[in-house]
Structures are given as C-alpha cells and as structure tokens.
Design a protein around this ligand. Sequence first.
Ligand code: BES
Ligand code: ZN
Length: 632
Amino acid sequence: MNFRTVLGIFSISLLISCSSEHQTEKVKEETDSTKVETTVVKDEHSYANTNDVKTEHLHLALEIDFDNKVIHGRATHKINNISGVSKMIFDTHDLVIEDVFLDNGEHATFKLGEIDELLGQPLEVEIKPETKKVVIVYRTTPESEALQWLNPQQTAGKKLPYLFTQGEAVLTRSWIPCQDTPSNRITYSAEVTCPSNLMAVMSATNPTEKSTEGYFRFEMNNPIPSYLIALAVGDLQFASLGNRTGVYTEPSMIDKCVEEFEDVESMVEAAEELYGQYKWGRYDIIVLPPSFPFGGMENPKLTFATPTIIAGDKSLVSLIAHELAHSWSGNLVTNATWDDFWLNEGFTVYFENRIMEKIYGKERSDMLLMIEYQELLHENDDMINSGHGEDTHLKLNLKDRNPDDGMTAIAYTKGALFLKTLEEAVGRDKFDKFLNSYFDTYQFKTVTTEDFVNYAKNNLLKPNNIEFNIDEWVYGEGIPDNCVKIESDRFKICDEKAKFLADVKTADELLIDESIWTTQEWMRFIRQIPENTTIEKMKMLDDAFNLSDRGNAEIMSEWYIKSIKIGYKDINEPMEQFLIEVGRRKFLAPIYTELAKTSENLKLAKKIYKKARPNYHAISFNTIDEILGWSE
Ligand code: BES
Ligand code: ZN
C-alpha cells in the first residue's frame, strides 16, 4: 500500500523558494519509500493546519433525511498529531456543529471562527499531543453548497427524490467538517442510511443492489484528497459494462447508458497501455439527473456524469475518457493547491486526447482538440484584452479568489497544448516513458507546479539534451509561439460550407451528409456560420437538420448561441426547454451571456431564468445570477 504516513517522512527542512514572483515558505519533505521530494506549500483555500496535525482516516456515519433535506453526520477523524500541537483546525462551511468528542468519548472544547463567504468557518478543536481521534457530530443546512436535493419532478422517474454532492474545489467542507485541502490525502469509510427504496453510492466500493434496510457501507482504501469524497442517493440501478466497468443510473435510462458506454472497458485498457496500471479496482460511472452542474466529475471508482452526454451515438464519450484519465492525473497525482490546477486538468485533457486517438483515430482526436483550441484562443484574448494577462499563466495565484476562477481554457487547453508541444519536441516514445515514470514516482502524492517543472527539467530535458521554453509556458503570459499546430481537413470542409451558405438556395446544395458528419463537425460548422447570415437561411438550416431540437446538447447550445447573435428567434421555445431542463454550467453560462447583450434578450433571459433557477445547483445559479445581475 502507498500510504503517506509519518513513518515515511525522515526529513523535514525549511527552505525558501524563489521560482515564482511571490516568495513562498515551503516545507520540503522526503519519503523514504521512493526518495522523492515533494514540496508542501500553504494552501490559501483552507484553514487546516495539516503540517502540524492531519487526518489519516475518516469514518463517516451519515443519515440522509429527505423530508427535511438534511444530512445528520458523525465524522470520526483518525489523526496524526505530527508536531504535538494543542489545536486542530478543520474547514466547515454552512454546517451546524453539534458536538465534538476525542478518544474514549470525552468532550472536546471547540470553537467556530468568523465566517468567510468563500472559505467558510474554521473549526478549532482543542486536542492533546497524544490525541488519536476527533469525532465531530454535525448536520448540514439548506445553504450547504455541495449538496443538491432534487424533488421527484427533477429526476427521470419523477417519483422519488435524489441527492448528490459535488466537492471540488472547496465544497466538501459544506457537507463534511474536514481538512479540506488537496494537499492532504486520507482514506475513508462510511455508513449511510437512507429510505429503503433508494440506493446510495460513493467514490468508494459500491453496492449493486438496494438494501432492504436502506443501509450501505463503503470503503476507500487508497488515500485521496477531500475534494474527491462524493455521495449520490437515488432510485438507482446498476448494469455491468465489462469486467471491471459498470454504470449506475435511474431505471428508465439504464439501457441507453449501457449502449452509449459500450467502449468504456476498452478505454480503461487503452489508458493502462499508455500510462500504467489502473490503481482503483473498479471503474464505474453514475449518470445523474440533468441538473448536475458539470459535464463530469472524476470521483474515484465512480465518475459522476451529466446525462447530456447520452447523445445516442457515442459522440460525446470523450468526456468519459477525460474523467477516466483523471484516475492518473488528479486522483493518483494531485495538484497540491488550486494554483496548480493545470496539473490536474491540462494533463487530463492531454491524456483524454491520447485515449481518444488510440480508440477512435487521430482524425477524431484532432477535431476534438481543435474545438477546444478555438475556445482557448477566445478566452486567452479576452483575458489579455481586459487586463487580466496573469490569468493566462498556467501557474496561478488565486489567493483571495474563488478557486473556480481557475477553471478556464488556460488550465485545460493551454495545459494540454503545452504537453503536446513538449511531446513533439522530445518524441512520443520518450515522452510516454517520462509520463509513465512521473505517474509512478508521484503516485498518491500531491505535486506543485514547481515540482513538475523540476522533474521535467531533470528527467526529460537534461538527459535528452533538449532546449525548451518550459518556464515561458508555465509562468508566462498567453500562448507561446512554438505551440503545436492542430489541423483538420474535415474542419476545412465545414468552414467552406459555412462560407458557401450565402450562395445556396436550398440546404441540399450544401451537400452535408448527416450520416457521416460527427458532432464536432456540426459544432465547427455552426461556429463558422457568418454573423450576417439571414434569418431565412437560419430557418432553412433548422428545417433541414432540426438543429434547435437535435437532442445533442453540444450541437444545440452552439446553435442557440449563433441564433441569438443573428437574431433568429425560432429557437426560443426549444432553448427555453433546454435551459429549464439542463443545469450544466458550461452550456448555461455562454447562452445567458449571449442573451444578456441586448435589453430585449435580457428580458427574455430573466423570464426563462425565473422558471429555470429552482432547478439549478448552487454552482450554476451563482454564476448565472452574476451574468444576469439577478437578485431574488
Ligand atoms: N474536475 C473537473 C470538474 C471541476 C473542476 C469541478 C473544477 C469543480 C472545479 C472535471 O474533470 C471536468 O473537467 N469536467 C468537464 C468535462 C471535461 C470533458 C472538460 C466539465 O464538467 O465540463
Ligand atoms: Zn477534468
């Protein structure tokens, strides 16, 4: 086992790092098992004093009360008081702390600090040097942002309620009092009770059947960061996809999901061939109700996914490749702080693309990356033009900011393109060997950007005698000139057809063969439609290809945005339907942003939002509130 225990630490020394603009005090830590140095930096998004005392194992006893929309919890922290301190600090946010006990049930003295809107409230518990256990009895509140409680109408079955959690980045503290920092890894176990007609699943070993008592037990025996603790409770059914893969969803969705995910088992194999053994046992996916605010979340052993990827033609499964890839980049090797977020996401987009290439070929993986690249260029320009050039650095400084601010195309796509450019410079063989050894060396550890940069210099660039502008990529602004060029002949055809639109009289003349056009080609084509295209032409396309109501969320959202820009209004009804049903922020934010640009459309947006907002998760409505200037 790869527990990072105190026994493994034989030297702790202080040093000052000068590699980035602001100096950080670092604790350099060596573990004797691998002789690898990882730096432990201060996490600006947590109050926890993990360098002095840390949780090693967490046991959760949770009672899910759907009537009152409350979780009653008891969190038992098995701790390691490294420095023998007298105070342990936990993160909490919108929790009620009812009581705290230490070993043998003795009451502990505790106090909650001031409330910070972003970081919540530190919970200080008085402990002794020899304390081994801290037990926190608590309950969640309606404000607990990690939780979304769904009424039956918000589910596919419409009969039973549903609950799911979202921990990343700093929301776990709103449903579990814990040291909520990615820099500390813990194992966990849980006992969950819920109504017996529902099934509970977690980022852990999972049941495949409901239980007559509504009681479930879970284990996660690999050490993980707190943001990966996750729970979903609903009318769930399980179906197997392969030897070690399967899917959970509501009964009415299960067959569709099994078909859509036909290739998942081979994705796991492809990933292993690329970057080494899958270390988590099973790989399952839960397809959630449409209000899930993200496309996917890489909860270990159990990816959480939006139903908007169930397109009926496997065209959106790259999202599964992405969440699966996180089983290496992110879950095995974890960003030490949210400033290093690109280490999670940039690596994952790169890895996702390699999996897609391996299974579906280079033509498809290039199209996927090009779609992302186009978005990166826009975001990068916007940031630079609005005077926020520092947000285009891979290494961020998110002190006093919401870590979600780092969730941009920079971390994802600039990060991936950096690795792809590096791959091109050293050659694929060498690069893959290097990444294999990176994942191996840092498995079950947390890594800072500086750790990676040093590792790459010492293990990739120096040994191969290669000059590379690694610091410009990581600490510099914008997209360096040596960025790899991604091209797609199929996209060139899409571009031509979009340009040709002005000259055609009927949709037939465009010679679009729907049976072979992929989702990515539709997206590209729609994006390239000139903004001076007439309403009549838009209607012609809509009538011919049913774009407003095509059933594919990626295509529909591109189409709505272009239609709003052009002033084509026949989308209004299906778009309203879409906005009421779907809660995925990635789709909502650009549509509402486009609508907010004229006063007439803003009025429409607010009318729709009034109906849609109650369906959205806090993560989504917080963003949309801001876009629309909404106050209830
Ligand atoms: N880990 C992210 C989701 C996330 C990031 C949640 C930061 C909260 C804070 C997940 O792996 C992700 O990137 N999801 C993407 C899909 C992906 C294919 C780019 C999404 O949800 O759109
Ligand atoms: Zn991701």
